[in-house]
Design a protein around this ligand. Structure first.
Ligand SMILES: *[C@@H]1O[C@H](CO)[C@@H](O)[C@H](O)[C@H]1NC(C)=O
Ligand SMILES: *[C@@H]1O[C@H](CO)[C@@H](O)[C@H](O)[C@H]1NC(C)=O
Ligand SMILES: *[C@@H]1O[C@H](CO)[C@@H](O)[C@H](O)[C@H]1NC(C)=O
Ligand SMILES: *[C@@H]1O[C@H](CO)[C@@H](O)[C@H](O)[C@H]1NC(C)=O
Ligand SMILES: *[C@@H]1O[C@H](CO)[C@@H](O)[C@H](O)[C@H]1NC(C)=O
Ligand SMILES: *[C@@H]1O[C@H](CO)[C@@H](O)[C@H](O)[C@H]1NC(C)=O
Ligand SMILES: *[C@@H]1O[C@H](CO)[C@@H](O)[C@H](O)[C@H]1NC(C)=O
Length: 915
């Protein structure tokens, strides 16, 4: 979907760049037009739908040289130019056009010919010098007849996405062509495209974006583009190095665009011979090696885009010679070293994007001396230390500052106060450990998006009025009462601070304003009081998190006015009473977490009507009664955590109907789960949830997407574990421990292939341990302790690799890893050989990885995101300015995550070494 989206964005960009000023010309001649031409045009008009009535001036009564969009030769009265662009016409292009013998300019761009083919008779219009058929929704094969147009200077067929060429040999007669655009046509079949096109002696501009070309290497000889100025080839799949002929081509080149072409190897020095080059766009490739020092020779460079490659080494200091440079996009490479001082000379620099690199050292006032035009600054996720004097007045006015996860603190950066045009400020995890300056809140009020999370900024926010659209103040040392919100605020994340006071005072004070708040996360604070009855003042809320505070009282009936609500977190408070039946009105709920409270009563039967629900966490309350069968109607449910209540009765057989746990979604980027994402301009809000997948509590965020769990532990459930549970083959974690379950483990448990953890401890289960358990290749946590299992523990590398504690407390169980060895009889009874399932091991998918256990599977996911370039590129092209996904995970997790990723990388290497 990322790639799809990106293609469309590119398409649109291309579209606008290729749509040059439309010339709606009107005849100024008073020479009467040729009658044949006039009749031909009238026939043409009859075939077209012309929904916007653009051809209304075309009437039989008027001289056709005076019609709109028609131009005649002022001596002969013959029609020479015809501009039918932007009429939104469809219909038939009449061959009466052939009557216009002297037509040299014909433009049909921006129409909708409904996926018909390009009429081949156009190839007989020998006078044509300009033929524009771009973005007109033509489909099918490009007619070879167009090759007869030997006077053509301009041919544009771009932006017709279902056009293709079986070959391009027919083009070789287009000997005058100067401008050629076949973007989005599929030219995959023509292996000699380069040979053919490079023979055009006058070609100035070549646009072949998204043409499914797969080689830049000429099949024979070398390439001789003598006068080329624009070479625009983004989004092809070259998959090889930048060829040498680039060094020899035209010195008149001023745009070279090879974005997203799977190019490998180093940037050839020759590419820097282009004295006139203004745009060098090589981003989103697989380029390695250093940025050549000779870069400084490309004196006229304005745009340099090398983002999303694997370039290493330093930023060359010769960059200071590029005095016209406006955009310097280097982010997401492996550049190391310091930022060269010569940067200070780039007085035209508008965008300095160097984030996501291994850059080190200090950035100070000196680097910015002449950068008065700087508007975009990205140095996030580097080891740069932004060290400037507290009284520094920068020469620039930034609009976008991405400075997260580099070093700025410990002092609050006072220079920010001089920045009056900021739209986005991202400064999370920058080591600021300081008091919020007194001007801060007033100053932020004009910033659209501000992220100061994961610092240690202190300050009392009581009484301040926040006025940004999106505010992330999470994980700081803010204290005081909840701030007030202007009607602009859509997202407030103030979790993990020390905000105290009555929650109802906050909720009820916004009575007279039209709130637009969509996300409120005030979890992990010291808020108290009851949830009040002021919900009707918050009609836009879609995410609400008051978890881990000291809220008391009941869940008010009036919460049902939150009809748009998708997630409700009230966990870990002191809430009492029952779940109000009014909550069923909130049918958009996807996540309910009211665990760790003092709630009581039964699990309401209407829960089965919450068919959007993905996550239900009622853990650690006082719920009693049965697990309602209605729960099985929630086919999208992927987290069912009812642990630690007083539920009784049996485990419903119908759990097998929860298809999200039984059927694999076709796509890792699970669509249903994505409904829990909230994306905004430069990031997203991520839900979090505490679960106990393997005996220890873990906090899930981004990785929540990959979790499917049933936890019914510590209740009073009785009866047996029914074989139906084995249908839930997508389940990762199953915890039924600490109940009163009896009977055997179903033999078919081996078909729950995704299981990583099974905890059945402290029940009254009996019988033998089913050998199929050793089919579970991902199983990394098993607890069968304190039951009445008997016989030999089946032998398999899997089951013996667990600690004896996994089996302890079953006096009649024997064999490795328990110290008690089996009698001959026991040995015999369990004799059913289990082979190691190598095949399954190998076929383990991208999705859950190559090893055992959750960490590994999480590894696999993030590892893949980090190291599978294609995937990453697709994602990044989608995200682009949105930044990568680490950025959106809580920063506290960052180091842990990176370690994990590195660990994964190492273990992958180890695996490949050992195999
Ligand atoms: C035709 O145009 C010429 C010059 O443009 C002008 O002198 C003449 O009067 C015009 N004739 C008519 C009939 O409009
Ligand atoms: C006719 O066109 C020629 C060039 O095409 C131009 O030089 C001349 O001025 C035009 N005459 C009139 C009367 O518009
Ligand atoms: C375009 O094609 C579709 C089917 O291919 C047809 O239903 C529709 O009427 C056509 N539109 C026009 C304007 O010809
Ligand atoms: C390249 O093209 C130019 C102009 O067409 C021509 O003069 C020159 O000889 C060509 N070079 C080679 C090596 O073919
Ligand atoms: C940059 O990385 C290369 C290896 O990729 C290393 O040899 C070099 O010493 C590093 N330079 C700095 C300044 O860290
Ligand atoms: C906040 O800024 C505005 C101008 O933007 C100014 O008029 C006002 O006095 C400031 N308030 C405080 C408390 O500094
Ligand atoms: C809030 O922001 C808007 C612009 O988005 C601005 O016009 C308004 O003055 C701001 N309000 C305050 C109190 O700063």
């Amino acid at each position: 979907m990322g790639a799809y989206f990106a293609t469309h964005v590119l398409f649109l960009l291309w579209f606008f760049s290729a749509t040059f000023t439309s010339s709606f010309f009107k005849a100024n001649s008073n020479f009467t037009c040729n009658e044949r031409d006039k009749q031909a045009l009238l026939t043409l008009k009859r075939g077209l739908t012309d929904p916007l009535n653009r051809l209304s001036s075309w009437s039989d009564q008027e001289d056709c040289c005076r019609w709109d969009r028609v131009r005649c030769d002022n001596k002969t009265g013959r029609v020479t130019e015809l501009d039918l662009s932007h009429t939104r016409s469809s219909g038939e292009i009449s061959s009466s056009l052939l009557e216009l013998e002297f037509l040299n300019y014909f433009d049909l761009r921006w129409n909708n010919f409904n996926c018909t083919t390009i009429p081949s008779f156009l190839g007989s219009m020998g006078s044509l010098r300009h033929l524009g058929l771009n973005s007109a929704n033509f489909c099918g094969v490009i007619p070879h007849q167009l090759g007869k147009l030997s006077s053509l200077l301009y041919l544009n067929l771009g932006g017709n996405s279902d056009l293709y060429a079986d070959n391009l040999r027919w083009m070789s007669n287009l000997s005058s062509i100067q401008y050629l655009d076949l973007s989005f046509a599929n030219l995959h079949k023509e292996v000699d495209w380069l040979q053919i096109i490079s023979k055009f002696p006058s070609l100035l501009k070549l646009y072949l974006a998204d043409c499914q070309l797969d080689s830049l290497n000429p099949s024979l000889g070398f390439v001789n583009f003598t006068s080329l100025q624009v070479l625009y080839l983004p989004n092809n799949h070259f998959n090889h190095e930048i060829p040498n002929w680039f060094s020899n081509i035209s010195t008149s080149l001023f745009v070279l665009d090879l974005r997203n072409c799977s190019l490998k190897g180093e940037i050839p020095h020759g590419i820097l011979n282009f004295q006139k080059l203004k745009s060098l766009l090589l981003n989103s490739n697989l380029l390695t090696g250093k940025i050549p020092e000779s870069l400084g020779r490309v004196k006229h460079l304005i745009n340099l885009d090398l983002r999303f490659n694997s370039l290493s080494g330093p930023i060359p200091s010769s960059i200071g010679n590029l005095s016209y440079l406006g955009d310097l996009f280097l982010y997401d490479n492996q550049l190391n070293g310091t930022i060269p001082k010569s940067l200070a000379l780039l007085s035209n620099l508008k965008a300095l994007l160097v984030g996501y690199n291994l850059l080190t050292g200090t950035v100070d006032e000196g680097h910015f001396t002449k950068l008065s035009k700087l508007k975009y600054l990205d140095m996030s996720f580097t080891s740069l230390f932004f060290n400037v004097n507290s009284n520094w007045v920068p020469p620039f006015q930034l609009e976008y500052a991405w400075m997260s996860s580099c070093k700025i603190g410990p002092n609050f950066p006072t220079w920010l106060q001089t920045q009056r045009s900021l739209k986005i400020l991202e400064m999370f995890q920058t080591g600021i450990s300081d008091k919020a300056p007194s001007w801060l809140w007033n100053w932020t009020s004009s910033i659209e998006i501000i992220d100061l999370s994961s610092n240690r900024i202190e300050g009392d926010v009581s009484g301040i009025v926040l006025n940004s659209t999106i505010l992330n103040l999470r994980s700081n040392h803010f204290k005081g009462r909840m701030p007030q919100l202007s009607t602009k605020v859509k997202v407030l994340n103030i979790a993990n601070n020390s905000i105290y006071g009555s929650i109802s005072t906050f909720l009820c004070q916004q009575r007279n304003v039209k709130n637009k708040l969509e996300i409120l996360d005030a979890s992990n604070n010291l808020l108290s009081g009851e949830l009040s009855h002021c919900w009707k003042y918050w009609p836009s809320l879609i995410r609400l998190n008051f978890g881990s505070n000291s809220i008391s009282g009941r869940i008010p009936y009036s919460m049902s006015s939150l009809v748009a609500l998708q997630s409700l977190h009230l966990q870990n408070n002191s809430i009492i009473g029952e779940i109000p039946s009014s909550l069923k009105i909130c049918s958009n709920l996807r996540l309910i977490d009211i665990g760790d409270n003092h709630l009581s009563g039964i699990i309401p039967l209407w829960i089965g009507d919450m068919t959007n629900l993905l996550i239900l966490r009622l853990r650690s309350n006082r719920f009693k009664g049965h697990i309602p069968l209605q729960i099985c109607q929630i086919s999208s449910l992927r987290v069912l955590d009812l642990a630690n209540n007083s539920l009784s009765g049996t485990i419903p057989k119908c759990l097998k109907n929860i298809s999200a746990m039984a059927i694999r979604e076709p796509n890792i980027r699970d669509i249903s789960f994505n409904s829990l994402r909230y994306m905004y301009d430069s990031g997203s809000y991520i839900e979090n949830l505490k679960l106990v997948p393997k005996g220890n509590e873990l906090e899930y965020e981004k990785n929540l997407a990959f979790v499917k769990i049933i936890d019914l532990s510590s209740n009073n459930l009785s009866g047996s574990i029914l074989v139906e549970i084995s249908i839930l083959s997508e389940l990762h974690f199953l915890n039924l421990s600490r109940n009163h379950l009896m009977g055997n483990i179903p033999e078919k448990i081996g078909s729950m292939k995704e299981l990583e953890s099974i905890d059945l401890s402290q029940n009254h289960l009996s019988g033998k341990i089913p050998p199929s358990l050793s089919n579970l290749t991902f199983l990394s946590h098993l607890d069968l302790s304190y039951n009445n299992f008997t016989g030999k523990i089946p032998s398999s590398t899997q089951l013996q690799s667990f600690d004896a504690l996994s089996y302890i407390g079953n006096p009649q169980l024997c064999g490795d890893p328990l110290p008690k060895s089996c009698t001959i009889e026991e040995e015999y009874l369990n004799k059913s050989p289990i082979g190691k399932k190598e095949d399954e091991y190998k076929s383990s998918s991208f999705y859950i990885g190559m090893g055992v256990g959750f960490t590994t599977s999480f590894c696999a996911i993030c590892g893949t995101l980090f190291f599978n370039r294609t995937y990453r590129h697709a994602y990044f092209r989608f995200a682009d300015y949105i930044k990568d996904w680490i950025y959106v995970t809580t920063v506290l997790k960052m180091n842990w995550l990176l370690k994990k990723v590195r660990g994964c990388h190492l273990s992958k290497r180890k695996t490949s070494l050992s195999s």
